[in-house]
Design a protein around this ligand. Structure first.
Ligand code: GRF
Length: 203
């Protein structure tokens, strides 16, 4: 399966996918990487891997709609089977979702629906939860509101700050994202309402 990965930051989730794709049995390959800003670690990792990388930054466009259209066209040029938002920090627009909704997954560093939004780890810590985690879900028109595909828990430790907790979550998140993307890519899935079933597992 052809994957396009969208990034905004360091790109460690992207790197985990690139490493997994090196095994032909994984059944997917990253064909391009897109970013919403220049100079991200994710784009550097793509270039190091010899992959096409494109940047579509909102300030470069006359309107959010124009950005939505440009991002959609840039992704479509690579004919993905699955789009993976790996720390992409922009809300995908209606044109993008019309084209790729239903086959775009996002990874979020909290147990949705708890702590949706851009500061999930900080919010969970501030709330004082004892257990948090990460979620891989399909993207819909909301913010972190699409159907849940898989989740995994992470214990909050005494003395955790946002950085230490996020790093611990990211270790679990990278493994969960690689596992889920591989299963979706190899075996497919079904969705009934909000319930997602991956064909390759009982989850
Ligand atoms: C991930 O934890 C993702 O869930 C969140 O931002 C982080 C991105 O990390 N939105 P990276 O860029 O993949 O290292």
């Amino acid at each position: 399966a052809r994957l396009v990965v969208l990034v905004s930051g360091a790109g460690t989730n992207l790197q985990a996918l690139l490493d997994a794709c090196a095994d032909p049995a994984y059944g997917a390959q990253v064909v391009a990487v897109g970013a919403d800003r220049s100079g991200t670690g994710g784009v550097e990792r793509a270039e190091r891997a010899g992959l096409p990388a494109f940047t579509r930054a909102i300030p470069d466009f006359a309107s959010r709609d124009a950005w939505d259209e440009a991002l959609t066209a840039a992704v479509a040029a690579h004919e993905p089977d699955l789009v993976v938002s790996a720390g992409f920090m922009k809300i995908l627009g209606p044109r993008f979702l019309a084209r790729f909704g239903g086959r775009t997954v996002n990874t979020h560093p909290a147990l949705l629906p708890s702590f949706a939004g851009a500061h999930a780890v900080r919010d969970a810590l501030a709330y004082g939860v004892k257990v948090t985690g990460c979620t891989v879900h399909f993207v819909d028109e909301g913010v972190d509101t699409g159907p849940v595909i898989a989740q995994e828990t992470v214990q909050v430790r005494r003395g955790d700050d946002e950085e230490s907790l996020h790093q611990r979550i990211k270790r679990v998140e990278r493994r969960l994202l690689v596992d889920v993307v591989g299963r979706l890519a190899r075996d497919g899935w079904t969705v009934q309402g909000r319930r997602v079933s991956m064909k390759s597992s009982d989850s």
